[in-house]
Ligand binder design. Structure first.
Ligand code: CUK
Ligand code: CUA
Length: 766
């Protein structure tokens, strides 16, 4: 028997492999740590850094980081402190592994991001934000913006899938998002490059001051639905000042939001006409403006209907905002970048890119000035301007090119990135003094501390998001990876621990949450459309699979389970529209099946319980294999089928399938194999039922899957026995083989369950 032989030879080669490993292990352990340090030229410091970041096999990271994927339009997920990349999460850009943009469910999500009727298949992601409850990260949702095409995405952290993309109805770019209010009722987005808000009629640059506008959008997040509600969302019209980053107030400043700007000069360039370029015109003055907005009151004005509809979206116009006293400006030096509210909500830290200072504004002082009506002037649009000195708590000279600020678990301690100096400065924002500096490689943009945007940052680690890697890694051509450097901040002096190359776009910002706050599921309720979280109309259970033809539409309701796709042939006529729904019937963790049809540019990833749909036009007659794209079991390669696209009016000339020859002897061997395997299954079942397996939901799922497989056996058994009675040895052998296939899958699950129970301390059942 071929299989028996193959198993035997596999077993003996396994033995050889194990023997080899043991020998290698012995020689490896004979080398001491000192030997390795010498051989690899490592210092004590290096070894200490390695020990602080190494996560042994089977152990997990303490924090999970969600990094923007920059121009890739994705989110990059990695663990801290190991810096191991865990997933590239598909957001604005098609991603084949996850079937994103290749199956119908995800195409519907991407369609939400269409602008002016056009598909936009990339994004420039900048700022991820984790949902908060009372200002603390709750690990439920993630938001991220697309700067290039003003859009915002909602990711559900129960399954790490993008659920929604909304396009901003009045902006043409968008940078100051995503940031969340302390209870995630709103997600803010601020415009970057001013344009006419309606943008339906052309307005020349000569009308910039009158017709072009910036703004901020407050997207209402419906936490129960897990979606943004565009109808409950609104914007505030702002001057064309190139609004940049934003942050929400918290604690005493809850109810207010802050957005800075960098070209309050309102310069419009024109280098090709001999005018000085943008960079000169946009940085000519010493100050720009921090926008201070009472968003709670703005939400009331929206509720009262004090808005104008622009492109179907509610906008509180500047005049209304000024009259109602919800909008103020404070000068900030000079072409600033980053406004970061302190964890206690008392201060707003602004960095001047072209100024060596960070400016710490006091919320109390700003409120006192507003209350007293003490303004130094009005801007050209009539917005009251609070004097800088009336709002400042302290200014601290940190170094060249300060950009972004993050906070420590220790009170008053902050970290600011210094782009030009390529350094991180640790400083005290209460007293205004520098505590420490460390060099990074090179030209740092954002930096991030653990839970650093929340009301109680976790400290411990800091990640420097360096724009240039230059000489840090093995060269891979002129386009270099980004360099995320991990820094230990648990002591007074910062210590550099690790360089991680990030090879997927230029991440701008990253957020990290304690790993134990994330509770992602391992399976869906059977038949779920994961993008809507609703039951899929295309779902069927085992035994209910069918193919339906209506006119030129062929719809397949199929299933996936180790190791077959049902159906195994799909028949169509050229020109038919084919829709294939597939439900993964597995419950076991990590039992994903993939699905594709040759040359039709479709792909789906079906995790346990999920129903996926692919759709295409069978526009060319011929034969197209389809198969499972994930190596899901020993017979994964056999998880296959044929799409037969026949010409119109085609008639068969040959009706019998080719067959191999089988004998009675073969059949007897099959029966013996089945009996042997059953003995293995019985012993595993004996063990599982002897312990408290019902206390382990993962094992219960595996047992359910195994029971499913075994449940199909009687039918196949009846078939092989009936065939044997008729001496049809082909059918008898093949159905007996199918019985064994069910056994093997059940045994595989049973052994996995047994291992799990042994490793997780199962106890004797009473
Ligand atoms: S930005 Cu890129 S380094 Cu978009 Cu937050 Cu500052
Ligand atoms: Cu399912 Cu491979």
């Amino acid at each position: 028997m071929i299989r028996g032989k193959r198993e035997k030879s596999m077993k003996s080669s396994l033995l050889v492999l194990v023997a080899g490993l043991v020998a290698a292990g012995a020689s490896w352990s004979a080398e001491s740590l000192q030997d390795v340090m010498k051989r690899r030229n490592l210092s004590q410091q290096d070894v200490l850094a390695a020990a602080k970041t190494y996560v042994p096999t089977g152990k997990r990271d303490e924090f999970i980081a969600f990094s923007s994927g920059g121009q890739s339009g994705q989110v990059i997920i990695y663990g801290i402190p190991s810096m191991r990349i865990l997933k590239y999460l598909a957001v604005f850009t098609p991603e084949p592994w996850q079937g994103y943009g290749y199956d119908e469910e995800s195409k519907a999500v991407l369609a939400g991001g269409r602008i002016d009727g056009k598909d936009i298949t990339w994004g420039d992601t900048h700022h991820p934000a984790i949902s908060e409850t009372n200002g603390q990260y709750d690990g439920q949702f993630l938001f991220i913006n697309d700067k290039a095409n003003p859009r915002l995405a909602v990711i559900d952290l129960r399954d790490f899938e993008t659920k929604q993309i909304v396009a901003n109805p009045i902006f043409k770019s968008e940078h100051g998002g995503a940031f969340v209010s302390p209870n995630t009722d709103y997600v803010i987005e601020a415009a970057q490059y001013a344009t006419p808000l309606e943008n339906k009629k052309f307005h020349p640059l000569e009308e910039f001051n009158e017709r072009y506008r910036g703004g901020v959008t407050y997207w209402k997040f419906d936490r129960k639905a897990g979606r943004i509600d565009p109808k409950q969302s609104f914007s505030i019209e702002l001057p064309p000042y190139s609004q940049d980053l934003s942050d929400f107030g918290k604690g005493p400043s809850d109810g207010w939001s802050f957005t800075n700007s960098f070209c309050a000069e309102r310069y419009v360039g024109g280098i090709e006409k001999g005018r000085p370029p943008y960079e000169a015109g946009c940085s000519a003055k010493d100050t720009d403006y921090l926008h201070v907005i009472n968003w709670k009151k703005a939400a009331e004005l929206f509720a009262q209907g004090k808005t104008r509809k622009i492109n179907g979206h509610d906008v509180i116009m500047m005049d209304t905002a000024i009259k109602e006293g919800i909008l103020f400006l404070v000068p900030e030096p000079k072409s600033p970048h980053g406004v970061d509210v302190t964890p206690d909500g008392k201060f707003m830290v602004v960095s001047g890119k072209l100024d060596t200072h960070v400016s710490v504004y006091s919320f109390d002082k700003i409120m006192a000035a507003i209350k007293a009506g003490k303004f130094e002037s009005k801007d050209p649009y009539g917005i009251p301007v609070i004097g800088m000195q009336d709002a400042l708590h302290v200014q601290v000279p940190l170094g060249l090119g300060p950009l972004h600020t993050q906070y420590d678990s220790k009170a008053c301690v902050a970290y600011t990135s210094l782009y030009v100096d390529s350094q991180v400065a640790k400083w005290n924002f209460c007293e205004g003094k520098v505590l420490d500096k460390i060099s990074v490689h090179y030209n740092i943009g954002h930096l991030m501390t653990m839970e650093g945007d929340s009301v109680n940052p976790a400290g411990k680690y800091l990640v420097a998001l360096n724009k240039l890697a230059i000489d840090r890694f093995n060269p891979v051509g002129p386009l270099h990876p980004q360099n995320h450097q991990l820094i230990d901040i648990s002591n007074d002096k910062m210590q550099l621990l690790y360089d991680m190359p990030l090879p997927l776009g230029e991440p701008h910002y990253v957020v990290a949450v304690a790993a134990d706050k994330l509770k992602p599921g391992v399976r869906y309720k059977v038949g779920t459309n994961s993008r809507t979280d609703q039951p899929s109309p295309g779902a069927v259970r085992a035994g209910e699979e069918k193919t339906v033809r209506e006119g030129n539409k062929v719809t397949v309701y199929g299933t996936l389970i180790r190791s077959h796709i049902t159906p195994e042939t799909i028949e169509a006529e050229v020109g038919d529209e084919i829709t294939i729904h597939l439900t993964n019937l597995e419950r076991a963790e990590d039992e994903t099946h993939g699905f594709t049809v040759s040359t039709y540019n479709v792909h789906a990833s079906a995790e346990p319980g999920k129903t996926v749909t692919v759709k295409f036009k069978a526009d060319k007659e011929g034969v197209y294999p389809y198969y499972c794209t994930e190596f899901c079991s020993a017979l994964h390669l056999e998880m296959q089928g044929y799409l037969l696209v026949k010409p119109k009016g085609w008639k068969p000339t040959k009706t019998a399938l080719a067959a191999a020859t089988y004998t009675e002897d073969d059949y007897k061997k099959q029966l013996k194999k089945i009996a042997d395997t059953q003995a293995v299954i019985d012993s595993v079942v004996g063990y599982i039922t002897s312990v408290n397996y019902k206390d382990f939901p993962d094992v219960v799922a595996m047992v359910e899957d195994a029971t499913d497989q075994l449940g199909k056996m009687p039918d196949a058994k009846a078939k092989h026995e009936a065939a044997a009675a008729k001496q049809d040895w082909e059918q008898a052998n093949l159905w007996a083989e199918q019985v064994w296939q069910y056994q093997v899958k059940a045994a595989d699950l049973g052994l996995r369950a047994k291992t799990y129970l042994e490793q997780n301390g199962a106890k004797k059942a009473n």
